[in-house]
Design a protein around this ligand. Structure first.
Ligand SMILES: Cc1cc2nc3c(=O)[nH]c(=O)nc-3n(C[C@H](O)[C@H](O)[C@H](O)COP(=O)(O)OP(=O)(O)OC[C@H]3O[C@@H](n4cnc5c(N)ncnc54)[C@H](O)[C@@H]3O)c2cc1C
Length: 346
């Protein structure tokens, strides 16, 4: 086992060619900066953010906005600079590839014993690089429920609505009460929707379901509703959260983005997390975090890495031969997903 990066030199993964294949000068700066940063990995960073998906990208960027802190963003997957990620209409081409963790549900008698595929992004940007690009806010009642469960009004709808407005760059009909402009998240009404979409909304209206100009304003305060989706697509190209948040900061000296790096477990001093162990280029390394480790590995891998680290239900950990650091029986429980009916017309 290797315990640090001293005397190691890593070559560039060729991740950041940008959208003009390296001719873009910002993309070139990113490339040479990240080549340098990842070839001289340090023993310790102030913050280590694990997982570059929708949540990890935002956290890493917001931390890196402070030039006095060093941030390491770790990602198990590889480059997002591939046509099937960039071109919006190619999104299904990522499913089942090496950019997808490609989970498979247990065979279930309620779906005729089928084993339903369950995709999750394994690439810079995580789900935001392989998803369907629909911009969908949470409902008022859900946010208010989170706030009451957490006993923290910061999670309330009123509070989160301000954040939504602040982060959006809305390119539909102006609606300053509900929609924001000038933020990092480009959103627009679905351009040129298939005629089935307005017909479905009209059908909803005919059976008494209220219809809305878009799903992300007043509809999220209503008891029910139908609208055509807003999307994170600009000029036919995907706008991933990684590209909106992390990429613009990747020319900075305090943000290192390491792809193909699998976080295997947390390191502790007593019960305090002091860093992470990663598998990178056929070796195991340990990297310290002076301030904090953030686990943003998605709904399957976050509890998995916690359990591998000894945080979870003690009896289950014992069964797996993992010494318990903290008995926390909720870890890995109560997974929920939504169902959807999608059609794809190439
Ligand atoms: C096919 C598909 C379509 C979707 N469509 C939509 C949509 O249209 N609109 C919408 O709002 N949502 C959609 N979603 C869901 C949305 O993308 C996710 O809810 C969101 O990305 C979750 O963010 P996250 O940060 O929690 O996890 P993720 O985005 O999944 O990020 C987790 C990251 O951690 C990395 N990781 C995992 N384990 C490790 C490890 N051990 N070490 C290092 N890195 C690791 C993963 O590779 C991944 O990059 C879709 C998802 C999929 C898969």
């Amino acid at each position: 086992m290797k315990t640090d990066f001293e005397n190691e030199s890593f070559e560039d993964d060729d991740n950041y060619q940008g959208d003009t294949n390296g001719r873009n000068s910002f993309a070139e700066r990113v490339r040479s900066n990240q080549r340098q940063l990842t070839s001289q990995l340090r023993h310790q960073y102030d913050f280590i953010v694990c997982g570059s998906g929708s949540s990890g990208s935002v956290v890493a960027r917001r931390l890196a906005e402070n030039p006095d802190v060093s941030v390491l963003l770790l990602e198990a997957g590889g480059t997002d600079d591939v046509p099937s990620v960039i071109a919006a209409n190619q999104w299904p081409m990522n499913l089942g590839t090496d950019r997808d963790w490609s989970f498979q549900g247990q065979p279930n008698r309620h779906v005729n014993n089928r084993s339903i595929p369950f995709s999750m992004g394994k690439v810079l940007g995580g789900g935001s690089s392989i998803n369907v690009m629909v911009w969908a806010r949470g409902h008022q009642q859900d946010w208010d429920f989170f706030a009451s469960e957490a006993n923290d009004p910061a999670w309330s709808y009123e509070s989160v609505l301000k954040i939504y407005r602040r982060l959006e760059d809305w390119h539909g009909v102006p609606d300053p009460l509900y929609r924001g402009t000038g933020g990092p998240v480009f959103v627009q009404p679905a351009p040129d929707p298939n005629p089935i979409a307005p017909a479905a909304v009209e059908a909803a209206r005919m059976v008494g379901i209220p219809t809305f100009e878009n799903p992300n304003g007043r509809m999220m305060e209503a008891a029910k509703g139908a609208a055509i989706s807003d999307v994170r697509v600009r000029n036919g190209k995907r706008e991933s959260i990684f590209r909106s948040y992390v990429f613009p900061y990747m020319d900075r000296p305090n943000l290192t983005v390491l792809s193909q790096a699998l976080v295997t477990r947390l390191m502790f001093q007593g019960k305090r997390v002091t860093g992470v162990e990663i598998s990178y280029r056929d070796a195991i390394y340990r990297i310290g975090a002076a301030v904090e480790v953030v686990l943003s590995l998605g709904a399957i891998h976050t509890p998995k890495v916690l359990m591998q680290s000894g945080i979870g239900d003690e009896a289950e950990l014992r069964r797996l031969g993992i010494p318990a650091v903290q008995h926390l029986p909720g870890v890995g429980q109560n997974f929920q997903d939504h169902c959807t009916v999608t059609y794809y017309l190439p």
